[in-house]
Design a protein around this ligand. Sequence first.
Ligand SMILES: Cc1ncc(COP(=O)(O)O)c(C=O)c1O
Length: 465
Amino acid sequence: MWYQGLSSVASVGSPIECLRKHLCVKCPSPKKPGLISRIDHSELQSRQIVETGGCMSIWRPFTQEKTAPNQVKIARGEGAYLLDEHGKRYLDLISSWWVNTLGHANEEIADAIAFQARSLEHVIFAGFSHEPAEALCSSLERLLPQQLRHFFFSDDGSTAVEVALKMAYQYFANQGVKNRDTYINLEGAYHGDTFGAMGASGSNSSYHATFKSFFFNTYSVKFPGTLDDEESALFALRTFLAKNGDKVCSLIVEPLVQGAAGMRMYRAEFLEKVVADVRKYGILVIFDEVMTGFFRTGTMFAMNQTQVIPDFLCISKGITGGFLPLGLTVSVDAVYEAFYSDEPSKAFLHGHSYTANPISCAAAVKSLEILQRNNTQRDIQRIAELHTKHLAHLSHVQNKRSLGTIAAFEVDSAALAQEVASRLFDQGIFIRPIGNTIYFIPPYCISSDDLARAYVQTAAALRSM
Ligand SMILES: Cc1ncc(COP(=O)(O)O)c(C=O)c1O
């Protein structure tokens, strides 16, 4: 039960302040008895994890708090390493949920942030502009295909996706077309955890099944494991489009690699065919490059390895080098023009308090500059080559694959993957398998020796099980 999970990070025995008065048996009666079961402090006593003072809980993402292991308190970051409060070092092989590109506590980005914070920390972005936002958009404009040149800021990956989904629908609505309310995705997609992003991911997403009755209409293109699969997926898509193409506003995909589905990779040629098919029906194309952006796949964006220029590009995660949250939805002229009007109701009525936060933008500007340097580019190339080399020698695993700085493979079961993860953790290497998929997606500053060690220890753990 979800509420029982609240107990796992609570400290016990503090009788005075309880932030969960309605849950705690030591505190005054619940205001709505019977609404939620109360937690017994004796249960908490046996599994005290963190001294938080009082009965408060820190409720972590994607975590069943009742069964989760103790969390490690991280005190510092240093390049590819995280250091806990006792000084133990952990090699961060998942770049802290795929955000960190240039290493932890990168000094140049830290300095850029400090400098910006002293001059302008934030300003409302409606009616105002500022140098860091403009500098960031100019830098990106130079790196993007010239068609993608309208920048809308938001806070993170999910909101960058929400913006694209809403803009795609309103693009048609502003032109008097109100029945295009269906989205096409690629089976297994993950586009974030807000309602729109969940809905666009499709009702068969294992992450979001609880909420599926809220989701809007979607059609999922079958994920192709083989060339034959590609043909049958395309045939099914064409059949769907022939009947429903005029009801679809957009296709949304993670190009070339589906992250949360387990770093599943697919061919650019397949994506190009899907895009060509949907475009015959005037459907807009959204590339969600929240995970694949900023050289994760070896090129600036995964789209650079395809012939496609999407109508929307969603970016976040690595944009600030992993320092601060920031999202951007970049769109083409046709989209921008559909909103550009004398009628106020045709505007995009959407915004977030921290839109284009100057400190986040300053971090992003500096990060982009570092990313383009020759030595960073050499590091990205080096990691890609090392993945290929080490994967070739790895046995007892299936479906070995890599693209740029991402490497992944499957082991026999999710339990085995977890066992490997916990062995590595004891040895100071942090991975976070998805089901039975183990993947490495390191910061670009990781040393060749450290990456080699990760493969060697993984192989040793697998051999011993
Ligand atoms: C492809 C993709 N899109 C969107 C998101 C959501 O990003 P955020 O967690 O920043 O909201 C993620 C997160 O992992 C992602 O991988």
